[in-house]
Design a binder for this molecule. Sequence first.
Ligand SMILES: NC(=O)c1ccc[n+]([C@@H]2O[C@H](COP(=O)([O-])OP(=O)(O)OC[C@H]3O[C@@H](n4cnc5c(N)ncnc54)[C@H](O)[C@@H]3O)[C@@H](O)[C@H]2O)c1
Length: 310
Amino acid sequence: MKDKKIVVTGGLGFIGSHLVESLIEDNEVTIIDDQTSGKLKNIKSFNKRNIELIRGSINDLNLKKIFEDIDYIFHHAALISVPESILDPLKYNEINVNGTLQVLMAARDSHIKKLVFASSAAVYGDNNILPLSEEAYINPLSPYAVNKVAGELYCQVFTESYGLPTVSLRYFNVFGPRQDPNSAYAAVIPNFIQAILNNRRPIIYGDGEQSRDFIYVKHVAEANIKACKSHVTGVYNVAMGRSTTINQLFEIINEIIGKNIEPIYAEPRPGDVMHSLADASEASLFGFHPHNDFKSELRETIEWFISQSK
Ligand SMILES: NC(=O)c1ccc[n+]([C@@H]2O[C@H](COP(=O)([O-])OP(=O)(O)OC[C@H]3O[C@@H](n4cnc5c(N)ncnc54)[C@H](O)[C@@H]3O)[C@@H](O)[C@H]2O)c1
C-alpha cells in the first residue's frame, strides 16, 4: 500500500498502533482515538511526518468531514473487555455498535474505497467443533461478542446495500509489544511475562490444559493491509491455526526468561472456553498465511517488556 490516505480508528491502541507503524512509511495516516485505553507513548517512536492525530470519540466527531479525501479505513476503536461488557452492556453497545454504525455511515457517504473491521473470535463463543472455520455457528456469550457480531453484520449490509466494500477480520488471541499488562483484564501473555520478570507467581485458572490460538500483533497488521489491498469482502479468521495450552505457554515464557517460577492454579473462570483454535486457511484468499515462529515472537515480546522496565 503506497501513497494512500488512511484512517485508523483506535490507532493509539495496542493493535492499531502496530498497523499505523506498518502504514506510515508510505502513506498518510489519520488516527482517531479518544484515549480510553490508547496511549500516546504507543506512537512515541514513530516518524510523525505522515501522522495526523484527531483526539475524540467516533461517536462525537464529524466523521464525514474527516473521511472526505480518505481512501481506506481500518476500524479498530472499541471497548475491548469481555467482563466489563457484562457489567455495562449499554456503554459497550454505544461505542462498539452505534460507534461502528457512525463510522460505516460516514464511510459510505464519503465513498471510501474499503473499510476493514476488527472483529473477534469471541463471536464463536463456546462452539467447540474445532478448528473453527468462518462457516462455524456463532454463539456470542457476552455483550462484547454480540457487539462484534452486530459490527460484522452491519459491514455486510453496507457492502450489499450501499456498495461499500468491507472486510471483517476475526482475530484470535493477539499478543506482542505494547499490550497492556496492567489493566484489570490483562491478557494472559503480558500477565505471565510481567509476573515472571518480577518473580511473582501468576494465576492459571483451571488446570492449564485449556488452549488458545495465539497470533503475533505484527501479523495482524499484515493481515489488515493484505485484506484491504485485495478484492475480498466478508468475514475471515485471522489466526495461526496452531494450538498452545496455557501450561505450554507458561513453560516457554519461563524458559525464555530463564526462570523456574511455579504458577498458582485457581478455580476456572466462568465463561472461559476450554479450547479455541482457528481454521486459518481462508485468509490465504487475500495472501495471508500462518507463520511458524511463536518462540521468537514471544522472545521479541519479552524483550520489549524488559526494555519498558528500564
Ligand atoms: N487484542 C486482542 O486479542 C483482540 C482480539 C480480537 C479483537 N480485537 C479487536 O481489535 C481492536 C483493537 O484492540 P486492542 O487489543 O488494540 O485494544 P486497545 O484497547 O489497545 O485499542 C482500542 C483503541 O480504541 C480506542 N477507543 C475506544 N473507544 C473509542 C472511541 N469511542 N472513539 C475513538 N477511539 C476509541 C482506545 O483508546 C484504544 O486506543 C478492537 O476492536 C478489539 O475489539 C482485539
